[in-house]
Design a protein around this ligand. Structure first.
Ligand code: THU
Length: 136
């Protein structure tokens, strides 16, 4: 694992340890590297009103935006097996807002990286900010 990826892995693992998931008992952490090479992490935060809960990726993205970051260069999601914890559909779109199709999305468990995808693979032919630039 490259040192940059190891940084993301450790940040996601630390955030995951603090996840608030009393309803699903499925704790997830995420970490991303922005265009300033800063790392931002988040965890899932569930709610007694179930649909109000937020995913780990949403937390990491909010932390990036709040500190001035505007581009995701690489992102990692860490959660328990046996299935791969790939970002949910809504989070793929959240990532898309700040990432190009070639950005890598790494999926990890506690032992390390299990798979890596490009965002374009996870969300092909996507709709993004460029679509809103049009002639009236
Ligand atoms: N979850 C995430 O935080 N990220 C993902 O990529 C998949 C799912 C959370 C949402 C919910 O709190 C729990 O995992 C179970 O779905």
């Amino acid at each position: 694992m490259s040192s940059e990826l190891a940084r993301l892995f450790e940040a996601a693992r630390a955030a995951r340890d603090r996840a608030y998931a009393p309803y699903s008992a499925f704790q997830v952490g995420s970490a991303l590297r922005d265009e300033h090479d800063r790392v931002h992490a988040g965890c899932n935060v569930e709610n007694a009103a179930y649909p109000v809960g937020t995913c780990a990726e949403a937390g990491a993205i909010a932390a990036m935006v709040a500190t001035g970051g505007r581009a995701i260069r690489e992102i990692l999601v860490l959660g328990p097996g046996p299935g791969l914890v790939t970002p949910c559909g809504a989070c793929r779109q959240r990532i898309r807002e700040f990432a190009s199709p070639d950005v890598l999305v790494h999926v990890a468990d506690f032992d390390g990286i299990r798979a890596s995808f490009t965002l374009g693979t996870l969300l092909p032919d996507s709709f993004g900010p460029e679509n809103l630039v049009h002639d009236a």
